[in-house]
Design a protein around this ligand. Structure first.
Ligand code: ATP
Ligand code: MG
Length: 425
């Protein structure tokens, strides 16, 4: 036998059984954003490498070590998108959708990062994201957070996630803070680990993110970002908090929440869970008022978030919050005799026309009646519709119940439609 080819490490197939869960999740996501008036935007999976270098930042985990970058046949450096925000801004700029306008967009699709695969962390994963443009005030920050809170509510997992928020202030305030932080870190350099020492100069705010408890102990004494916030950012943050309070959305202010991408300013937030082990962030976002200009557009404020769909699906499965999944087939059509096997698919088409939403599976592949009923049993269907010579001659059909102890009945065509209507809910 020829050697089987395997999928690329960290890139997973999604199989029937699980695809139903994904469809359900995607459906709820689409309906929820639609209920806020957001519009879908779609963009390519491959972009110029420069786009991500210039937006996410050269000294970030993503750009330093996670991107799938390659040269195409024309010698251009391309990258499989590691995230959506930069791409959305590129698309918005290029199509004239941003300047002097207000936009509320959403997108969904695969992202690629060369990370060490583990539970909740993959090399091809999927994000659902929202990006809004042209609104500088905190009402829109609050709106997108409310939208996420509504999603947890709809998925039935509100009690398993918590919201952390912080403000990074203006770029100037952040630069000032960076200096103060570097000075502090330098004076404690002997207590830092290698990772933190390396980040101390390249991207010092990321040191705050350190998972090392020894480093975290040192950081307790470090200057706080909140002490360096400019007045406007402070007012913006206060306003956001007031709005979350008014809406009854609980949150914790986390002083060391800085996010791993360079483009954020002011609001940053994460929804975290303890239900997924180490990969606890399900959704993360923030404000990026400088990004549009940085990517060549005219200055336009923006704020958005991205949600990891694998992590969300894992949570729903582990917490048993998936709920009902629509069965694959309601009806399995079996036949007796050659003429019936030719007519059955034609009748099935009529049933699909007349009973909206009905899922009709017609036996294919031949075989005797017993074999057909075995297939019917193996399918999801709750009834088998049986067509034989007699039924054909009389315009009737025999209904056999597959999942309950009920006598089979032979009914007219009109009657069967009424009977099947009940199965589509
Ligand atoms: P992490 O700290 O877990 O690496 P991140 O800060 O790199 O996350 P973002 O770039 O903010 O993540 O992406 C938003 C969301 O996308 C994350 O909160 C997470 O749910 C999901 N995500 C990010 N990277 C992966 C991955 N490799 N596999 C699966 N989901 C991911
Ligand atoms: Mg990451």
């Amino acid at each position: 036998m020829a050697k089987q080819i395997q999928a690329v490490r960290g890139m997973n197939d999604c199989l029937p059984g699980t695809t139903q869960v994904w469809q359900k999740v995607e459906d709820i996501l689409r309906k929820t954003v639609a209920s806020y008036g957001y519009q879908e935007i779609r963009f390519p999976i491959v972009e110029s490498t420069d786009l991500f270098k210039r937006s996410i930042g050269e000294v970030t985990d993503i750009v330093e070590k996670e991107m799938y970058t390659f040269e195409d046949r024309s010698g251009d450096s391309l990258t499989l998108r590691p995230e959506g925000t930069a791409v959305c801004v590129r698309a918005g700029n290029q199509n004239g959708l941003l300047y002097n306008q207000e936009q509320r967009f959403w997108y969904m699709g695969p992202m690629f990062r060369h990370e060490r695969p583990q539970k909740g962390r993959y090399r091809q994963f999927h994000q659902f994201g929202v990006e809004t443009f042209g609104i500088a005030s905190a009402d829109i920050d609050a709106e997108i957070i409310l939208l996420t809170a509504r999603l947890w509510e709809t998925f039935g997992i509100s009690q398993y996630v918590r919201l952390e928020i912080n403000s990074l202030g203006s770029n100037e305030a952040r630069a000032q803070y960076r200096d103060a932080l570097v000075a502090f870190l330098e004076s404690h350099i002997e207590q830092l680990d290698e990772d933190s020492k390396r980040r101390m100069h390249s991207n010092p705010l990321r040191v705050l993110d350190s998972k090392n408890p020894d480093v975290q102990a040192v950081l307790e004494q470090a200057p706080k970002l909140s002490e360096h916030l400019d007045d406007e950012s402070q007012a913006h943050f206060k306003n956001l908090c007031e709005r979350l309070d008014a809406a009854g959305v609980e949150y914790q202010v986390n002083d060391s929440l800085v996010r791993g991408l360079d483009y954020y300013n002011r609001t940053v937030f994460e929804w975290v869970t303890d239900s997924l082990g180490a990969q606890g962030t399900v959704c993360a976002g923030g404000r990026y008022d400088g990004l549009v200009e940085q990517l060549g557009g005219k200055a336009t404020p923006g704020v958005g978030f991205a949600m990891g769909l694998e992590r969300l699906v894992l949570m729903l499965q582990e917490l048993e919050c998936v709920g009902d999944i629509r069965r694959n087939a309601d009806v399995y059509v079996a036949t007796m005799g050659d003429e019936a096997s030719i007519q059955a698919p034609v009748i099935a088409e009529q049933l699909r026309n007349e009973v909206s939403g009905l899922r009709v599976m017609v036996h294919a592949g031949g075989g005797n009646f017993k074999k057909q009923l075995k297939r019917a049993d193996k399918s999801d269907a709750v009834v088998a519709l049986i067509f034989g010579e007699e039924e054909l001659a009389q315009g009737t059909v025999t209904v056999k119940y597959l999942r309950e102890q009920k006598e089979q009945v032979t009914v007219s065509f009109d009657e069967v439609k009424i009977l099947l209507q009940a199965l589509t809910v």
